[in-house]
Design a protein around this ligand. Structure first.
Ligand code: ZN
Length: 144
């Protein structure tokens, strides 16, 4: 199967340079803009069945892409379940997730009240799990 390569971002038309963006057809900034808007193109990012695990101190969530509601759009519910049903402290470790394009991005949890929060996404733009873990950890150290 020949991969279609995009030389310009489908969203803003800017030139793309990294291989992952060229494959997906979106630069990292536009990819995050679309994710953070939610509901804009949910099918682009896949279905809401997911698995989660801890790896090297990072909470990893993987979209199994089985159809249904998008993990991107469902992230707040997913994290609320992990918090309430699995007892995971959402503020104790960096969080990243892999969407149906199989790209890892970071999840930022913003506290609102004691048990409530909202989430936003930031770009890791990595297919490689270890590279994504290294990036999300480095970003948290800068933020801390
Ligand atoms: Zn763009």
């Amino acid at each position: 199967m020949a991969l279609k390569i995009h030389y310009r971002c489908l969203c803003c038309g800017k030139k793309l340079s990294d291989p992952l963006s060229m494959e997906v057809g979106l630069g990292p900034i536009c990819r995050m803009t679309i994710k953070n808007k939610k509901d804009v193109e949910p099918e682009l990012f896949g279905g809401s069945n997911f698995v989660f695990y801890h790896l090297e101190g990072v909470l990893c969530i993987v979209d199994l892409d089985t159809g249904g509601k998008s993990v991107t759009n469902d992230m707040e519910n997913i994290l609320a379940r992990l918090q309430n049903e699995n007892g995971i402290d959402l503020y104790a470790q960096p969080i990243m997730y892999r969407d149906s394009l199989k790209i890892w991005d970071g999840v930022q949890v913003h506290p609102v009240g004691k048990r409530t929060f909202y989430t936003s996404f930031f770009s890791l733009n990595e297919r490689d799990e270890n590279a994504a873990i290294a990036k999300v950890k480095a970003m948290q150290e800068v933020a801390a």
